[in-house]
Each structure stands twice: as C-alpha cells, then as structure tokens.
Design a protein around this ligand. Structure first.
Ligand code: TYD
Ligand code: MG
Length: 397
C-alpha cells in the first residue's frame, strides 16, 4: 500500500485551556497520545497538570487524576489553591499499583488522565522497586496499551535526575508521543515548558509561566518584564533571543573578578558551559580581553535557559562590559539597555542566526536599538567597537 492510499486519521485536539501549554503541544492534546512532563521536584508539574484537567473538566470532558505520589487530601489542598472551582470536580484516585491503575482506566474510560508520577507506579508482576528501569518500562507500556485501546490522552508526570535528564530508562522517551520539559529554578519566578519531542507538533515552542499563589500563570509579556528589569550596569546586556518561533528579550549578566584560584572559576547559570568557554576563548584570542586570571560568572536573568547560538554575542559583550567596568547602553541618551544577538565563529567572525528580522522587530517594539548584530557588524571586534563607541557617546551626552 502506498502512503497516499492509507486512510488519514484527522485527529481532533482537546484544548487544555492553558494557551501556552496547548501551543507547546502543537495545538492541544491528541486523544490516545502519551505526553510525558519531566521536571525537578517542586517546579509545578502537578500544578500544571491539575490546571489542565480542571479546564478540561469544566469544558465537559471526562477526566481522571491518578496520584501515585500524594494522598487525595494533599491533591485537594493544591486544587483549592487554584483559581476557579473546577479543580475540585476532578475525579481522583490515589493508587500506586499498576494493575489497579489500568483496571481503573478501563472502568472509568476517561478522555484525559494524569498519572503523577510514572516513577512511583509499581507492577506486582515484577520484582524491582518503583522507579527502577524494569518497573518504569512496564508501567509505561501497560498504560500506553490501555490508553491507545480506549483513546485516552495521558499526561505522565516524570521525575528528572540531578542533571535534569528524565529519570528511568531511555525507552520511556521512545515510547511516548511527546516529551515536555519543565525548566527553571524553584526559587525563581519564571518557569518554561518546552517540547523536546513531539509527534504531533513542532519542538520549537516554549511556554513561559510564573508561579503565583493561585497556580501557574502564563507570562505573555515576558520580553517587557525582562527589559524593564534589566539593570543597565556594567556587565548587563539584553539578548534578542528566539524561543522557538517566538522572539524573547532576556537580560544576560556577567561579573568578572580577580581570581584567587588556579584555574579561575567559571560559574554559569541558564547557559551551556561549553558555549561560555568558547566565547571566553574567542574574547581572549580575537578581542584582546584575556580572562585567564579572573573569575567569570554569567547568568541569564529570571531563571530562563537559553539554548541557541545567538547568545554568543550577548555573552561576549556582557563579559567585556564587566571586565572593563563600562555599562553598555543602546539609544542616544543611554537610558535603554544595549540589545544584541549573533553567533561567534572560532575565527572571531559574527555569524548570522535564524530569524534576524523577528529579533530586530521585538527589540524595536520595546524601544531598544540600534541592535548590535551580525547584519551590522561582521566581526566580534567590530561589535565591541560599536557597543563601546555608543557607551562613550552616551556618557558624553
Ligand atoms: P507542584 O506542582 O507540587 O510541583 P511538582 O509536582 O513539580 O513537584 O508545586 C510546586 C510548588 O509551587 C510548591 O512548592 C507549591 C507552589 N505553589 C504555588 O506557589 N502556588 C500554587 O498555586 C500552587 C498550587 C503551588
Ligand atoms: Mg508533584
């Protein structure tokens, strides 16, 4: 049979009522699909899944919350905090036995269910402890069998290891249709959810949330907040970044201090350490800014994680600004932070990154500009010259 002759399944999608979550899923939940949501303890996995179920319940769908981690009373306490009273109407089962969970799914036949979490389910037929490779594999496979058979959209909550990878066997990620990663730091306000695998949508979308007293709130004006909070002190620049298909302005900060240690310290948060090492090497070799005797701290403000090459120039400018103790500003009077983006090549050249027009558009929207970017500066040196010339002009004005 040719692919063209295969009957097409038009899958309708269920909206979770959380716009940002729907966007990350590619337009809502697909019936019969398995979505795995991984994230550190306390980041908000249970909160987000409860909110989604509450909205679906309010929209008239049959839902079910299976908790293998908390008691029903604990889940009720969380539900009480959430805005609206729909969360209190979600049917809940506190159960860790896989056999009971599957039987319940078959009996209740919900349209959407949450299993919190896959690592705490336990199959009596296997000997390992809950969370062990065999147990997680068995639990996922069994849940999937029931879900596909009845057409239940399942949100599986997953644990992560200390370094952020999903706990349990790799096969877990292969089995499910969609893997969402919940990132951010517990003690910070902003958290992001991104799809790292999605059979029904793009893996580029990123949702930004803020944890409030009454649940997670979508942050739709993230750029505005980050720009307003940007410090305009030495070591701070604004990066015009792309989070999937959406431009996002974030502040990148650096601190350079004389080191007492050999080798000096490199403390990185919100960025890839190897990127930082590369940028520091390029700064030393191609811009004469040697940091061999300095501790360097870099941070993306707000707990956001930036994983795209466009961050290189922002890093380089922030570090250069910190090293020289000169604040970098945009505009004529120096009242707005300097905005930039671009990838650094090993020979000190600036390389174009995806969607320059959208990045520039976002910067213009917030009155930032002119932006230092590969289109106007061919090399790191040219970008540094442009940025520091603007800073001098601002001081003179
Ligand atoms: P939780 O969803 O339980 O995290 P996870 O399931 O990922 O471990 O909640 C995370 C934290 O958020 C918890 O410490 C309490 C806090 N929180 C709020 O600040 N506001 C709220 O409305 C809720 C429900 C939780
Ligand atoms: Mg939880």
């Amino acid at each position: 049979m040719t692919l063209g002759a295969v009957a097409a399944e038009g899958h309708h999608r269920l909206s979770t009522g959380v716009g940002e979550l729907d966007a990350v899923l590619g337009g809502g939940l697909v019936p019969g699909s398995l979505v795995l949501i991984g994230g550190a303890p306390g980041i908000g996995k249970s909160t987000l899944t409860t909110m989604a179920l509450a909205n679906l319940e309010a929209a008239g769908h049959r839902t079910l919350y299976i908790s293998a981690e908390e008691s029903a009373a604990q889940i009720r306490l969380r539900a009480e905090r959430l805005a609206g009273d729909a969360a209190l109407r979600i049917p809940v089962v506190a159960e860790t036995a896989l056999e009971v969970v599957c039987a319940t799914l078959e009996a209740v036949r919900p349209e959407v269910c949450v299993i919190d979490s896959i690592q705490t389910l336990h199959a009596a037929s296997l000997s390992g402890a809950p969370g062990s490779v065999g147990q997680v594999r068995e639990a996922t496979a069994e849940v999937m069998r029931v879900a596909k058979q009845i057409g239940i959209a399942v949100l599986l909550v997953g644990h992560v290891t200390k370094d952020g990878a999903l706990a349990g066997p790799r096969v877990l990620e292969h089995l499910v249709d969609c893997v969402l990663q919940f990132e951010g730091e517990r003690e910070r306000t902003y958290r992001t959810v991104r799809a790292v695998k999605n059979r029904f949508g793009s893996t580029n979308e990123v949702a930004v949330f803020e944890m409030r007293d009454d649940g997670l709130v979508e942050v739709l004006d993230a750029s505005a907040r980050f720009v307003a909070e940007a410090t305009r002190a030495p070591g701070s620049v604004v990066l015009c970044s792309m989070e999937g298909s959406r431009p996002l302005l974030v502040e990148v900060q650096a601190l350079v201090a004389r080191s007492e240690l050999v080798p000096p310290r490199r403390v990185v948060s919100g960025l890839d350490r190897n990127r930082v090492a590369l940028v520091l090497a390029v700064l030393g070799r191609h811009a004469g800014i040697g940091l061999g005797a300095s501790d360097v701290f870099v941070n993306v403000v707000g707990g956001v994680r930036v994983e795209e090459p466009g961050v290189d120039l922002a890093l380089a400018l922030a570090v250069a600004s910190a090293a020289r103790g000169v604040p970098l500003t945009g505009g004529g009077t120096g009242s707005v932070p300097l905005a930039c983006f671009g990838e650094l090549g090993l020979t000190g050249e600036l390389r174009t990154v995806a969607h320059p027009d959208r990045r520039l558009g976002e910067a213009a929207k917030f009155g930032l500009g002119p932006v230092v970017e590969p289109g106007s500066c061919p090399t790191l040196r040219a970008a540094l010259d442009a940025a520091f010339a603007r800073a001098r002009a601002a001081v003179a004005a």
